[in-house]
Design a protein around this ligand. Sequence first.
Ligand code: NAP
Length: 336
Amino acid sequence: MAFIDPKLVPKRKLSNGQEIPCMGMGTFGSDRFTPEQVSGAVAGAIRIGYRLFDCASVYGNEDLIGEVFEAAIREGVVKREELFITSKVWNDMHGQGDVLLSCAKTLKDLRLDYLDFYFVHWPFPNYHAPGCDGDSRNPDSKPFSTEEFMSTWRQMERLYDMGLVRNLGMSSMTIPKLEAVLPLCRIKPTVIEMELHPCFQQPELYDYVVAHGIQPIGFCPIGSPTRPDRDMTPDDIADIRVPELVEIAKAHGVHPAVICLKWAVQRGQVPIPFSIHENEYVSNLESTVKDPLSEEEMAVLKGVDKNCRLIKGQVFLWPGATSWHDLWDEDGVIVK
Ligand SMILES: NC(=O)c1ccc[n+]([C@@H]2O[C@H](COP(=O)([O-])OP(=O)(O)OC[C@H]3O[C@@H](n4cnc5c(N)ncnc54)[C@H](OP(=O)(O)O)[C@@H]3O)[C@@H](O)[C@H]2O)c1
């Protein structure tokens, strides 16, 4: 069986001095893969050397993944302190007291007594039913509110104070939203999850996050070819079919997916690729320890950015909002 020594996998240092692996594994089954398939992949991934796992309550599989963590620790495959485990509070649990309840449920499901990272999954309390289609809207949805976000964040800070969560994170934020909330945070986020792949590099947000001492974690690092149907539109560009990327992949003798990941790691974000296939998740982690891209190849890949957002979030739109662009504050002000 393949084994990539976790000690050899490069690390990223967070603002609090903690070091984390430069790549993790995603666990969102994208409404296509069953909880059993995802937890099976997590079990395999621990054995081959993954140490960081990106979980979330809304992925609907934390209970099975928890069994995997518990067994791996019990059987001595890995020690708890060697693992970096993420979870996220879902949009329907932002209310007073709910964040604490959600975290407690996640800890119980994951069979842990602390989380390494806890994220606010989306900066809106807007709920959509799991597995809904792209035209679904919830009439109770609301635009972003700094006040509401901060009341959620205060609960995150309490979890940190209680030692239940070692790092706080935000996800799918924009610069205007960060400008509004960062000065108000008593406990600052050490990590931010954002969509990052060669065709969607978000250079301004990326630079802003890094300049604030926050580590970017990149989701959909391969361009999420198996994302839910509701997140597919005809204009989307498939990263793994971009000619420049395909050519670099041929030169390295690897799948284009692996080039997306090498680019991500060498740029500095922590990608969290998903796969249930052992050959894929092995080559993904292996990409961090061998055959780096040249400076020229990195420059070519920088040039393939097409500002192609895949996770548009339209199911979170509130009554009165005009299009998914409203979620992303593209004119530099928070859209209300
Ligand atoms: N914070 C957030 O709001 C947020 C949003 C989205 C995602 N995420 C997190 O980010 C993780 C990753 O995103 P994602 O799952 O959407 O997309 P992704 O990692 O970009 O793409 C996953 C797909 O890529 C293919 N793949 C993976 N490795 C490959 C390889 N070596 N060769 C060929 N194909 C490969 C697999 O498809 P096949 O099965 O067809 O091979 C897999 O299903 C999620 O699982 C989740 O944990 C977070």
